[in-house]
Design a protein. Structure first.
Length: 570
């Protein structure tokens, strides 16, 4: 493990390497100073540890007499097609526990790579400190660091690192909590919050190198600035929000504090991303490399098509009723071609795809519209099936009716793949012709018509099976569509946590529903296999009773050889 300082210019080196040294020294870690180099067109990354490969202007700025307390230091060069790729490769090569990178204001001289520091703050797999600082004055070393503690896990990471710096040096750490004025006993409440934050960060409450401070104010940012101006050399905020980080680095703090002798340095700390998040990012990048992603205009057109198709209007209800009537007539007559025709005109697939898109986008309006269409469409189709039930001739149910009454696990798999195929075809207008085949495979209306017909005929077992088949189709198609849209590059816009929470809960509910449905489906599939020997056993027992009344059957073994099937009795 190491602290990796990523530098582009000699100014970066003079500004951030002193802080990187302090952080490495505090945890007895080696320091790797890395220069990420941009080589447009390069498709791979390369790490060079040869000191001669280090840029000459950076090598000159680095040549200062080493201090005995300085951590072991090595210089690396990372080459990549983008600065971000090179920096990530350097972090991996250095086994970084912390990456320190300079932040620059974007401008025409810096080109398209100006924001790589901010991008690294989001992508780095380790703790990351984005630092805006000027060259240090050797005659005036930093003495005080300020960290507002109300920044979640990112502020906790900052407290951990800079508490170690303060513990092993002459620097003192101010841990600040700003408490709103309207709270009764605001000072005491703020003190309790501050102590809780220190405990979460694993810091001793009475540490002599930490100055706990509570400020009562409704203007949080202004209060932090006032405290920072009171003799602090570095302000570090938790990077819980990218917009807030940008504000702190370039807008919130007055310019007078950022320039001149004793200028205030500002840093944004982001804790290492959780493994689950990194795995999700890796999966997203891997899929994006292999699956053509939808452009912005394509995503807008997709949303408009599915939004229009998910509205429960007259056209939707008319086509649902007509397709169910056609399916009912086909089921009653045992006419497969007629049933297939009903599948082609049924409109229920579109709102199911709309529900899948809504879950990926976090679009509560679209998911409600789609759910209303699906629910009302189901009830309408069931009513039409009930109307046609008395028209069915008396006697045994037709083969088409029986087929919908005994679904199994294969039907779940068919529905899942149908959802994926339909969503992919909807996202590619040139593949819209494939939707007819998907509609036949999914078969949404015939199970509802079967449920209505068999309920009217007094055959609840078949009706239950048909309803189970429709529920299976619904859950699997929505999940398959959501997965396909995600793979095509559809993403949720930045949304508040409450909206993301309902999406997670809904997806979890659908997955649990699929698992619950799989039990009766598996039973339907495995039941005939488990009981396949029962007719043979019955015939054997009847034969033994007739030919050898005193015989007792202990075991029956079935085997297949080249000359045919063999049955052994004991």
């Amino acid at each position: 493990m190491a602290v990796v300082a990523l530098i582009e210019t000699a100014e970066d080196l003079r500004a951030i390497v002193p802080w990187a040294r302090r952080l490495a020294r505090a945890r007895s870690l080696p320091l790797a100073i890395c220069a990420p180099l941009l080589e447009p067109g390069r498709t791979n990354t390369e790490i060079d540890a040869d000191p001669e490969a280090f840029p000459a202007e950076l090598r000159a700025a680095l040549e200062t007499p080493p201090d005995e307390s300085d951590p072991p230091t090595e210089c690396l060069v990372a080459r990549g097609g983008t600065l971000l790729e090179a920096a990530l490769a350097a972090i991996a090569a250095g086994h970084a526990q912390l990456a320190v990178v300079a932040h620059h204001r974007a401008g025409p001289k810096r080109g398209p790579q100006a924001e790589f520091g901010a991008a690294l703050l989001e992508r780095a797999p380790c703790d990351t400190l984005l630092l805006r600082a000027g060259p240090e004055d050797p005659a005036r070393p930093p003495r005080r660091v300020l960290i507002p503690v109300a920044g979640g896990p990112h502020a906790e990471a900052a407290l951990g690192w800079f508490s170690d710096v303060a513990r092993t040096s002459d620097i003192r750490l101010t841990a600040l909590y700003v408490q709103a004025e309207h709270v009764e006993e605001a000072e005491a409440v703020g003190r309790a919050h501050l102590e809780q934050a220190l405990r979460h960060a694993g810091l001793p409450l009475e540490a002599p190198w930490i100055e706990p401070r509570v400020v009562v104010s409704d203007e949080v940012e202004q209060a932090i600035v006032r405290v920072a101006a009171d003799g602090h050399d570095l302000l570090v905020v938790g990077a819980s929000n990218r917009g807030r980080v940008r504000s702190w680095l370039f807008g919130t703090v007055p310019q007078r504090l950022l320039s001149g002798p004793g200028a205030l340095a500002i840093g944004a700390m982001r804790a290492a991303a959780p493994l689950e998040w990194r795995m999700r990012q890796w999966l997203r990048a891997a899929i994006a490399r292999r699956v053509p992603q939808l452009g912005r205009e394509e995503r807008v057109a997709l949303y408009e098509r599915l939004q229009a198709g998910s509205e429960p209007g007259f056209d939707f209800y008319a086509m649902t009723a007509l397709s169910t009537a056609i399916a009912a007539l086909g089921l009653i007559q045992d006419a497969t071609a007629v049933v297939i025709g009903a599948m082609l005109v049924a409109p229920l697939m579109t709102p199911m795809l709309g529900a899948g898109l809504a879950l990926i986008q976090g679009n509560v309006v679209l998911v409600r519209s789609a759910a209303r269409s699906i629910g009302n469409g189901f009830l309408l189709a069931l009513a039409v099936g009930l109307v046609f039930g008395p028209l069915a001739p008396l006697g045994e149910p037709t083969a088409e009716l029986l087929a919908r009454g005994s679904p199994n696990l294969f039907d779940l798999l068919v529905a899942l793949l149908s959802g994926v195929a339909a969503a992919y075809a909807y996202g590619r207008p040139n593949l819209m012709g494939a939707l007819a085949g998907v509609a036949i495979a999914a078969a949404l209306v015939p199970p509802i018509a079967t449920a209505g017909i068999t309920l009217a005929r007094g055959e609840p077992a078949i009706a239950r099976g048909a309803t189970l088949l429709f529920a299976t189709n619904l859950v699997a198609i929505v999940l398959g569509a959501a997965a396909a849209f995600w793979a095509l590059g559809v993403r949720a816009s930045s949304s508040p946590g409450r909206r993301r929470l309902w999406v997670r809960r809904t997806l979890l509910g659908l997955i649990l529903a699929a698992l619950v449905l799989s039990f009766p489906l598996a039973s339907s599939l495995l039941g005939p296999l488990l009981h396949r020997d029962e007719p043979l056993l019955r015939a054997v027992r009847e034969t033994l009773a007739a030919t050898a009344p005193g015989a007792h059957l202990e075991a029956l073994e079935r085997s297949r050889k080249r000359d045919g099937a063999h049955v052994t009795l004991r």
